[in-house]
Design a binder for this molecule. Structure first.
Ligand SMILES: Nc1ncnc2c1ncn2[C@@H]1O[C@H](COP(=O)(O)OP(=O)(O)O)[C@@H](O)[C@H]1O
Ligand SMILES: Cc1cn([C@H]2C[C@H](O)[C@@H](COP(=O)(O)O)O2)c(=O)[nH]c1=O
Length: 240
């Protein structure tokens, strides 16, 4: 079955019939910002949205699995914006089509937690850029707790017009830049488990938070499983 088309006339993003503009519209872009946890990706996502909407452009905010467990993009700086939640089987082109059907423009998409996208969804985003002139700004983790690229991240690195590592450095407990995410379960770094486990970088201590959190680490301390003098436990790699 061929995928639903979002191209062609009729959508509010259709390029006006005006001389050569139909054949040579200003190109839209797929831009991917990536980094470890806590480096400011969600903050940047909301800043980009703010700056785009200030220009009178119409955006849609999309996310899945925000730490807040609510349909929103939330930054640790305190900014929060409502967002549309989607799942791994959502066709992102249909979300845009729905907005069109309601008579709204969609000039750009902000996609947070983009590491969780499927490869197909990244291809759908690329199609929205190329065929429907929707700018896409995606924000996501570079690597998972095993130091491997997430599926969505890999496809974005392959397809994006522009890729930027987020410039804000997060630091390992030793003071070196922390580019890797460690998953900590009951005080120890683990290397086995499901790829997706939504949790924060800091254990709040609340019982309902469960025993999992993440800690950003430099390469050496991730490899050694050393969590440093944190109040989170013995700082050992869990064996077996
Ligand atoms: N109280 C604070 N004052 C200033 N900056 C803060 C504060 N709390 C968090 N931040 C900044 O917010 C960043 C985390 O932003 P966030 O958008 O939540 O990250 P990400 O989405 O990458 O996990 C931290 O690296 C830090 O720079
Ligand atoms: C490393 C890693 C992270 N996650 C989850 C944990 C958080 O809920 C999000 C990342 O949030 P942030 O906005 O970048 O702080 O991803 C995961 O599911 N699996 C992992 O390996």
């Amino acid at each position: 079955m061929s995928p639903p088309q979002v191209t062609g006339p009729g959508g509010p993003n259709a390029v006006p019939v005006a001389g050569d503009r139909r054949r040579h519209p200003a190109p839209a872009h797929l831009v991917f910002f990536h980094g470890p946890m806590d480096c400011g990706k969600s903050t940047l996502a909301l800043q980009v949205d703010h700056n785009q909407s200030r220009q009178g452009r119409h955006g849609l905010l999309l996310t899945q699995g925000d730490r807040s467990a609510a349909p929103q993009i939330s930054s640790r700086v305190g900014l929060v914006r409502e967002a549309r939640e989607f799942g791994s089987d959502t066709d992102l082109r249909l979300i845009v089509r729905e907005r069109w059907a309601q008579g709204h423009r969609v000039d750009y998409l902000i996609v947070d937690e983009a590491q969780f996208l499927t490869g197909t969804q990244v291809e759908q985003l690329a199609e929205l850029v190329d065929d429907s002139h929707v700018d896409v700004y995606a924000f996501g983790l570079t690597t998972d707790f095993r130091t491997r690229l997430f599926t969505g991240t890999q496809r974005l690195l392959e397809l994006a017009d522009e890729v930027q590592r987020v410039q804000v450095q997060v630091l390992c407990w030793c003071g070196l830049p922390a580019l890797l995410n460690g998953r900590v379960v009951e005080g120890s770094l683990v290397r086995e488990g499901a790829t997706v486990v939504v949790a924060d970088t800091a254990p709040s201590g609340a019982a309902e938070d469960g025993p999992v959190h993440y800690q950003v680490l430099c390469r050496r301390h991730h490899a050694r499983g050393q969590l440093g003098p944190t109040p989170t436990g013995p700082g050992q790699l869990a064996l077996g």
